[in-house]
Design a protein around this ligand. Structure first.
Ligand SMILES: [Zn+2]
Length: 362
């Protein structure tokens, strides 16, 4: 399944969107695709507007927010406050519009509003996030298409309050059913948990095939189109319990899903704000990998011995006491000796003696 390019897509006519819009989901090759569909004149969901994509469990994790207080990563409260603010100002905006405002222009304004929340782009690295806020805004679009500025926002208000409720129950689900450290078998954890503490796993809607890639090769994928936002959440939970585990990212503290064959403890989210400027624009996974590599090397006594000698020799070369040529030959052998020591071919004392015996002087 392919996503459209990471650009805000506006539509040209209401006919393009259809009516009774929904956000459906498809699980494909370790990723989740959320797409907007509408009914055509025959009442079938044949109008496909746009799909958005994230790695498994990222959307649920984004909705819950960071579990630990981590600078630059939004908490549950912050996630909710941001959505609520955007939604409230959207309602205010629509409330002030004249009766003759074109539906198309208002709906495009909704697209603009939610795009601000779901698109990120740091250091030239574009990505999508917060995809589970889409149903809220798509409901508004649907209402505006039907009723224009007379839309009463009742159904979307309900979705907003559901978002608040789900942040709490999904956190319980993530932690007590799905978290790999707590239970390696989500199915048995699920059968033990008090079902009132987690969202329902019963859903209704339509399971169908959608064609998202008409050229060059037709790509038909299984897709679920829920009746309501609650049905979408319940469907996701079903998928997770059956086929996934969760981790809480070691870097950003947000949940993500994995199947049993990948055990990386950092997520693939792009870091938007961080203590180290260099980390911004990288993924949690890249940063985690880098840190553990560096930690492994530096904790090693052998590496410390090597670095101390290397730095001292390098300094003497910089001052002109040693030629570039001799330094190059020495550092090559020094590296080989260090690796021999790490591999256990020579002892630490032997390596230390080697550095003393091979002190470079011209
Ligand atoms: Zn992360």
């Amino acid at each position: 399944m392919v996503t459209d390019t990471l650009e805000i897509r506006y539509f040209d006519s209401l006919d393009q969107l259809g009516t009774d819009l929904k956000v459906g989901v498809s699980f494909e090759k370790g990723r989740e695709y959320y797409f907007i569909v509408g009914k055509d004149a025959s009442g079938e969901y044949n109008k496909f507007f746009k799909s958005y994509c994230c790695d498994s469990g990222i959307a649920i994790g984004d909705l819950i927010g960071s579990i630990n207080a981590i600078p630059g990563v939004p908490s549950s409260d912050k996630v909710y406050a941001t959505v609520e603010e955007a939604y409230t100002s959207l309602k205010d905006y629509v409330g002030k519009l004249g009766k003759r405002t074109s539906k198309a222009s208002i709906v495009n304004y909704v697209i603009f509003t939610y795009s601000e929340l779901i698109y990120g782009n740091v250091s030239g690295n574009p990505f999508e996030k917060n995809l589970l806020i889409l149903p809220l805004f798509v409901e508004v679009m649907s209402g505006l298409i039907r009723d224009g500025v007379n839309y009463n926002f009742r159904k979307s208000d309900k979705i907003l309050s559901s978002i608040r409720k789900y942040q709490k129950t999904l956190a319980v689900f993530a932690e007590d059913v799905m978290l790999y450290e707590k239970d390696t078998d989500p199915k048995s954890a699920f059968t033990r948990i008090d079902q009132h503490r987690i969202p329902s796993v019963s859903f209704s809607g339509l399971t169908t095939l959608i064609c998202n890639n008409p050229e060059p090769e037709i790509d038909l994928v299984e897709a679920f189109i829920p009746n309501t936002f609650d049905d979408l959440i319940s469907y996701l939970l079903n998928r997770y319990v059956i086929g996934y585990h969760f981790y809480r990212c070691a870097n950003c503290g947000r949940y993500f899903a994995f199947t049993t064959d990948t055990k990386n403890k950092s997520c693939t989210r792009v870091i938007e704000s961080a203590h180290y400027i260099k980390d911004i624009g990288r993924t949690c996974r890249d940063v985690g990998r880098l840190r553990s590599h560096v930690r492994g090397l530096y904790s090693n006594e052998t590496q410390i011995l090597y670095q101390r000698n290397y730095k001292a020799t390098f300094a003497r070369k910089s001052k002109g006491y040693i030629t570039e040529e001799h330094f190059a030959a020495w550092s090559e052998t020094a590296r080989q000796m260090r690796d021999k020591c790490i591999n256990g071919d020579i002892s630490y004392d032997e390596l230390e003696k080697w550095f003393l015996d091979n002190y470079l002087r011209e």
